[in-house]
Design a protein around this ligand. Structure first.
Ligand SMILES: CC(C)(COP(=O)(O)OP(=O)(O)OC[C@H]1O[C@@H](n2cnc3c(N)ncnc32)[C@H](O)[C@@H]1OP(=O)(O)O)[C@@H](O)C(=O)NCCC(=O)NCCS
Length: 222
């Protein structure tokens, strides 16, 4: 990078980091964030959803039809910026989110046809992952449509753009690599990856471990 370009580049990068902002802009940002969260809490409350998660950037899309349920534990975060995160529940579908769960932008949750999506405590979902409880169409004549609940175990990490298929249970602490398609249950403390996802390795950790909690400085995001 030449010396002429570098000053412009630095100028472009600085505003995205709040540490480089003058105090009045930091205060404005804090006010804006508080207003957004207040608004999102109101919108969630109107749908009978309390506690509401902390919303970063835009309000996610909520379509929770009568007889369905969306529920969050305390201290959850939902990113929904350039791509909206979508929570859709239909025909008695339920989306049940535990404590301290972090959901990145553009994630799609579809709980339909009486099935439930359960995210246990401290789960992290990467950007644009998809968790859908039904295939919606038959594969061949006379066959049923595959519909079944999805469970993501405590402290599991779902990588960006991963697809979790109907009926899958992901064990506690396990990791789904980015862009994987998970068609079968994943045991606890296991890294899976690929399409279809297969076991890449098994690791050890205490039951009460929370991902990234032992890092000095946790990077931003899920
Ligand atoms: C899987 C991941 C966590 C890396 O874990 P790791 O333990 O360092 O794994 P390695 O890079 O050593 O790879 C282990 C194996 O997994 C495979 N692998 C890694 N990423 C993969 C992916 N996305 N899809 C398929 N296989 C993958 C490697 O090829 C390797 O396979 P092999 O043993 O057959 O050679 C990382 O690649 C990943 O996908 N992270 C997701 C990050 C993310 O989306 N975070 C969300 C918040 S932003």
């Amino acid at each position: 990078m030449t010396d002429d370009i570098l000053p412009h580049f630095t100028e472009m990068v600085l505003p995205s980091s709040s540490s480089g902002l003058p105090p009045w802009r930091k205060s404005l940002r804090t006010l804006r964030d508080r207003a957004r969260n207040y608004r999102s809490r109101l919108l969630f409350a109107r749908q009978g959803i309390s506690p509401a998660p902390e919303i970063i950037a835009q309000m996610p899309q909520l379509e929770i039809n009568p007889g369905c349920r969306l529920q969050f534990g305390d201290k959850c975060k939902v990113w929904s910026s350039s791509v909206a995160t979508v929570f859709y529940a239909n025909h008695r579908g339920e989306i049940l989110v535990g404590f301290g769960v972090s959901i990145n932008q553009g994630v799609l949750f579809i709980a339909d046809k009486g099935a439930t999506i359960t995210l246990e405590d401290h789960v992290r979902i990467g950007p644009q992952a998809q968790l859908v409880t039904t295939g919606y169409h038959q594969v061949a004549p006379g066959e049923p449509i595959k519909t079944a609940s999805i469970v993501v175990g405590r402290n599991a990490l779902i990588g960006r753009r991963a697809n979790i298929m109907p009926g899958v249970t992901i064990g506690m602490h396990s990791v789904v690599a980015a862009c994987s398609v998970v068609t079968k249950d994943v045991p606890p403390r296991t890294l899976v990856g690929g399409n279809p996802a297969v076991v890449k390795r098994v690791f050890d950790c205490p039951d009460d471990w929370i991902r990234d909690s032992d890092l000095q400085a946790t990077p931003q995001g899920a």
